[in-house]
Design a protein around this ligand. Sequence first.
Ligand SMILES: [Zn+2]
Length: 237
Amino acid sequence: MSENLQPVPDDWSRALAIVAHPDDMEFGCAGAVAAWTAAGKHVDYLLLTRGEAGIDGMSPDEAVKVREEEQRASAAICGVESVEFLDYADGTIEYSVGLRRDLVAAIRRHRPELLITFTHHDITYTGKWNSPDHRNTGRAALDAALDAGNRWIFPDAGEPWNGVKYAAVAGSTSPTHAVDVTDSLDVAVASVEAHAAYLAGLGLPEGAARGPLEGFTRATGERFGGRPAIPFELVKF
Ligand SMILES: [Zn+2]
């Protein structure tokens, strides 16, 4: 953990985030998204589920509406252009050719140069076992970025787009790059707090988001010139 992190490359203008659940971006890397949009970059969100299985004390029928609203509000706080949901079932996302096809269609439509996703590895940065939704979504998103450029793979899923240069993988145990969030930390905290029902469901009191986020970005900064930062594992295409 001693090696310095490199700045995430800046030679892109459009990003698409593909994650499994509402809150994956906020707990992963919303501070970086806020920094990017403040710098004039275009970021869209694509969520595979509406997070209906995410609140123990709330039925999926109710949670589906609450969590969509919270995600839209949270994304707006970070300057995100659009939020789209694919309506996969929360908790049972399988890695499949069908999922790859759906993600290829989205990548060809949005034409991003940067893909953002949450870690596809077995273990997350917390040292704990990752959820199958995150693993399968992350892996399918990375594979789809490759597929999207080949006109003979999923020919009915839009015009080929081979412009994805990088994927920035949040939540990784082996980050290589980082984004300075000195000026976007308050926005990042607000974007987490926008998930009020979810945080309440976790039993977290109001104001509980700031401390861990500040601690995490400060710890990352120890490998990034002392500036508070969000770490990513950078994958090249
Ligand atoms: Zn998640």
